[in-house]
Design a protein around this ligand. Structure first.
Ligand code: HEC
Ligand code: HEC
Ligand code: HEC
Ligand code: HEC
Length: 452
C-alpha cells in the first residue's frame, strides 16, 4: 500500500516530463519547419534585365526581370474555379442568400454583391459594379490598381480621395500589380497604402521595423482590412486606433457617431432626432484583423503568404507563386509544406467552414427577426421611444458583428474560435434587440413579424 504511492508519483511525473518533452519537440519542429519553409529562394546570379522605375505601375516591366512571378501573377485573371465557400467564380451573394436584401436594405450592397476574384481582375470588377454611382469618390480605387502608389506619391492621398471616381478612371490603366507590394530595385515587401502606414502609426507601430515574416502578412493588410471614408473628403482610414478586434472597432465607430447608411425602417420614424450612432455600418473584408486576432496559425508564426503564395518549383527555379487564390485549389503545396496529412487538414477546413456557416445563418435569421420587430414597433402607437432606441442600438451592434464574419472571406477558417465567438454575440444581441422592440410597444404580437 505505502509503496505504491511514490511509484505512482514517479510514473506521474515521468508522464509529465515526457509530455513536456513532446510539447517542446512539437513546438521546435513547427519552428524549424516554418524557418526552413521561409528561407528565401536561391537567387539566380543574373543581373536585372531592365531597371525598374520607382513605383512602376506596369507589371509587365517588372516581369522582364522576374518572369516566373509575373507568369503566375497573370493566372489570377483567368482563375474561375469555385470552392464550397470561396474560389474565383463571380457568383452573386445576393442570389445565393436573399436575407442579405433585408440586411443591406437602403444600401448599395443590396444592389450587387459578388464573390471576389483574382488580383488581375480588381480594376475591371470595381468599374463594372452597380454600387458605383456619380457620388462615388476615387477612394474606392484605393485597393484596385498599381497606379496608386505613384499617384499617392505625386498628389498625396487627400487630393486623391477628394476626387470623384469618374475623374480618377482615366488615370488608372493597371489592375493590382507588383508596385502594390514591392519596392522596385530592392524588391522588399513594403506598405504602399498611406492609410495602413497611418493606422499602424496610430498604434505606435512602424512597419519599417517589422521582420520579413511579419511583412509576409502585413503586405496583405494594404487592402484586406476593414476601413471607412472619413469626412466630406472621403479620406481612407482604418479604424484601428483602439485595436483591431471587433469590439475595438465598434467602439471606435460609436465614439465617432459614424454611419454608412440609415436603415429604411428609421426613415418614417419621428420618435427621436437624428442618431447616426444607431445606424448601420458595413464591414469590409477584415481578413487581416480576423487572422491576427490570435488565430492558431498566426500564433504559430504562419503568414498569409505561406498559404496563399507558397513556394513553387519550375525546373531549377524556386519562387513564391503569385497566383494568389483559394489554397484549397493547391492544398498540396499550400498546406503540404507544414502538414503531412493534407487530406486531413483540408477535411478540417470543410468541418470548420460548415459549422461557421450554420452559425452565421442563425445570426442572420435573428437579425432579420430583429429588423421585422423594430420595423413593426416604429409603426405602432404608444411606443416607448427610449426602449426603441435601445433596440436600434442593439441591432446595429449585432449586425456589424455578424458582418465582420460574413464579409471576411474564409468562412471562419482564418480564425474559427474568433468567428464563432463573434457570431454567438451577434445572435444574442439581435435577439435582445427584438425583445426590446417588443418591450417598447408592450405588444408581443410583433415578436413573430420577422423574416422566417
Ligand atoms: C493557414 C493557411 C492560411 C493563412 C495563413 C491565410 N489563409 Fe486565407 N484562406 C485559407 C483558406 C483555407 C481559405 C478558404 C478558401 C476557400 O474557402 O476556398 C482562405 C480564404 C481566403 C480568402 C478568400 C479566398 C476565396 O477563394 O474566396 C482571402 C481573400 C484570404 N484567404 C486572404 C488571406 C489573408 C489576407 C491572410 C492573412 C491576413 C490569409 N488569408 C491567411 C488559408 C489561409
Ligand atoms: C499582393 C502582393 C504582391 C504582389 C502584387 C506581388 N508580389 Fe512579389 N511577393 C509577394 C510576397 C508576399 C513575396 C514573398 C516575399 C518574402 O518571402 O520575403 C513576394 C516575393 C517576390 C519575389 C522574391 C522571390 C520569390 O519568389 O519569393 C520576387 C522577385 C517578386 N515577388 C516579384 C514580383 C513581381 C514581378 C510582381 C508583379 C508581377 C509581384 N512580385 C507582385 C507579394 C506580392
Ligand atoms: C492592392 C490591394 C491588395 C493587396 C495588397 C492584396 N490584395 Fe488580395 N485582393 C484584392 C482585391 C481588390 C481582391 C478582389 C478582386 C476582384 O474581385 O476582382 C483580392 C482578392 C484576393 C483573393 C481572392 C482570389 C480569388 O481568386 O478568389 C485572395 C485569396 C487574396 N486576395 C489574397 C491576398 C493575399 C494573401 C495578399 C497578400 C500577400 C493580398 N491578397 C494582397 C486586393 C489586394
Ligand atoms: C507554415 C506552416 C503551415 C502552413 C503552410 C499551414 N499550416 Fe496549418 N498549422 C500549422 C501549425 C504550426 C499549426 C498549429 C498546431 C500544431 O502545432 O500542429 C497548424 C494547425 C492547423 C490546424 C489545426 C488548427 C487548430 O486550431 O487546432 C488545421 C485544421 C490546419 N493547420 C489546417 C491547415 C490548412 C488547411 C493549410 C493550408 C491551406 C495549412 N494548415 C497550412 C502550420 C501550417
Amino acid at each position: 500500500m505505502t509503496e505504491a504511492k511514490p511509484k505512482r508519483r514517479i510514473r506521474l511525473s515521468l508522464t509529465m516530463i515526457l509530455s513536456g518533452v513532446i510539447v517542446l519537440l512539437a513546438a521546435a519542429l513547427a519552428g524549424v519547419l516554418i524557418f526552413l519553409k521561409n528561407q528565401p529562394p536561391q537567387q539566380r546570379g543574373v543581373a536585372p534585365v531592365v531597371e525598374i522605375a520607382p513605383m512602376e505601375p506596369d507589371s509587365a516591366q517588372w516581369g522582364k526581370n522576374f518572369p516566373n512571378q509575373y507568369a503566375t501573377f497573370l493566372l489570377t485573371q483567368t482563375n474561375n474555379t469555385r470552392t464550397a465557400f470561396g474560389g474565383s467564380d463571380k457568383i452573386s451573394k445576393l442570389e445565393a442568400d436573399p436575407r442579405l436584401l433585408t440586411l443591406f436594405a437602403g444600401y448599395p450592397f443590396s444592389k450587387e454583391y459578388n464573390e471576389e476574384r483574382g488580383h488581375m481582375n480588381a480594376l475591371a470588377d470595381v468599374q463594372s459594379i452597380a454600387r458605383v454611382n456619380e457620388t462615388t469618390h476615387a477612394t474606392c480605387y484605393s485597393c484596385k490598381s498599381s497606379n496608386n502608389p505613384g499617384l499617392w506619391d505625386q498628389m498625396g492621398m487627400l487630393a486623391y480621395d477628394t476626387l470623384m471616381f469618374s475623374d480618377m478612371t482615366p488615370q488608372l490603366d493597371n489592375s493590382i500589380g507588383c508596385a502594390n507590394c514591392h519596392e522596385a530595385g530592392t524588391m522588399r515587401l513594403i506598405v504602399t497604402n498611406p492609410a495602413l502606414d497611418e493606422a499602424l502609426k496610430a498604434q505606435g507601430k512602424d512597419w519599417r521595423t517589422f521582420t520579413r515574416q511579419e511583412m509576409r502578412t502585413v503586405v496583405c493588410a494594404n487592402c484586406h482590412v476593414e476601413y471607412y471614408f472619413k469626412g466630406d473628403e472621403k479620406y481612407l482610414v482604418f479604424p484601428w486606433a483602439n485595436g483591431t478586434r471587433i469590439e475595438n472597432i465598434s467602439q471606435y465607430y460609436a465614439d465617432l457617431k459614424f454611419r454608412d447608411w440609415v436603415y429604411p425602417y428609421v426613415k418614417d420614424y419621428k420618435g427621436t432626432t437624428d442618431h447616426p450612432e444607431y445606424d448601420a455600418i458595413k464591414m469590409q473584408h477584415p481578413e487581416y484583423e480576423m487572422f491576427t486576432a490570435d488565430s492558431t496559425h498566426y500564433l504559430a508564426g504562419v503568414a498569409c503568404a505561406d498559404c496563399h503564395m507558397p513556394y513553387t518549383r519550375d525546373g531549377a527555379a524556386k519562387f513564391s507563386t503569385h497566383n494568389v487564390q483559394s489554397p484549397l485549389l493547391n492544398a498540396e503545396t499550400a498546406c503540404g509544406v507544414c502538414h503531412t496529412d493534407v487530406a486531413y487538414v483540408t477535411g478540417r477546413v470543410s468541418v470548420i467552414q460548415n459549422q461557421v456557416y450554420d452559425t452565421l445563418i442563425a445570426a442572420e435569421e435573428a437579425l432579420v427577426d430583429a429588423i421585422g420587430s423594430i420595423q413593426a414597433a416604429m409603426g405602432a402607437t404608444n411606443v416607448d421611444t427610449a426602449l426603441l432606441d435601445e433596440a436600434r442600438l442593439l441591432h446595429r451592434e449585432a449586425q456589424l458583428r455578424w458582418d465582420f464574419v460574413a464579409a471576411e472571406n474564409s468562412m471562419g477558417f482564418h480564425n474559427p474560435e474568433e468567428a464563432l465567438r463573434i457570431l454567438a454575440e451577434a445572435t444574442d444581441l439581435a435577439r435582445q434587440a427584438q425583445l426590446k422592440a417588443v418591450q417598447a410597444t408592450g405588444d408581443a404580437g410583433i415578436l413573430t413579424t420577422g423574416g422566417r
